[in-house]
Design a protein around this ligand. Sequence first.
Ligand SMILES: [Zn+2]
Length: 297
Amino acid sequence: MSTLMIWKRVGLAIVAAALSMSALLAQAQSGIKIYVFSSGALTIGKGVLYNFAPMEPPVQIPVGFFLIKHPKGNVLFDTGNNDKILTDPSYWGPMFDGLKPGHTPDLAIDAQLRTIGVSPDDVKYVVVSHMHLDHGGNIAKFPNATLIIQKDELAAAFFPPTGYAGPYIPGDAFVLRGKTGDGNPSRMKIIQLDGDMDVFNDGSVVVKRWRGHTPGSQMAVVKLKKGPIILTGDNVYYREQVEKNVPPNVVLAYDPEGILKAYEWIRFMMSTQGADFFSAHDPDAFKAMKKAPDYYE
Ligand SMILES: [Zn+2]
């Protein structure tokens, strides 16, 4: 076979692979939905989230988390505040008093998912943007799911970098460990990433490693019919920060350059692919969003 013929065959194979990938994506997109929830609220000085903004009076922010329905299974992106605080404020130590999270029974993550007919066992993958107390709190409620987390974040959850330990609650990480003496270190299936993951191999839900807010932060791109939605985790607090390129205070910016690069990439995705993004804590943006049982498709 001539070299030209070989290259023609390679080219055809590439085109065929691309076509089957886009067919798979189109198939997924016909059934994919994002549901928006909040795990209550937190109270905090805006200047912590938005550098040089005033600290007083404190602002109240939602604690967003998201359920992605995909024809091949449900993906939970973040898990909110640990439901333990609904009955035991001491679980967060002194932070509970300052952050004033909501603590009514209807905020429990299983109660919220029930409103769209999803039980914890219906969740196939739990993706955590990072392991801070308002994102990794309820992983233990999904023992039959597979956790998708960056290796660096798992390490940070168990032993955070000096100066950044406060928002990592030891108990939220410890529940991931297997039984004492068991050779298997983890209680549930865990995919430890050092990079990106196309969750269903069809391009519809792609987890992206994005060190910024924390050592192992990750974001996700969900390709809805109407365009890609970027779930930012805490690499973004207020939408305005992406527009104006304003990072948070350094205490919430483990890698400030990573955060600014995330903003730049989000702006690029918006201008070139018609993408939009959902952050967890922007009060006005959250108010304007469709909340479960309504959804985005
Ligand atoms: Zn957060």
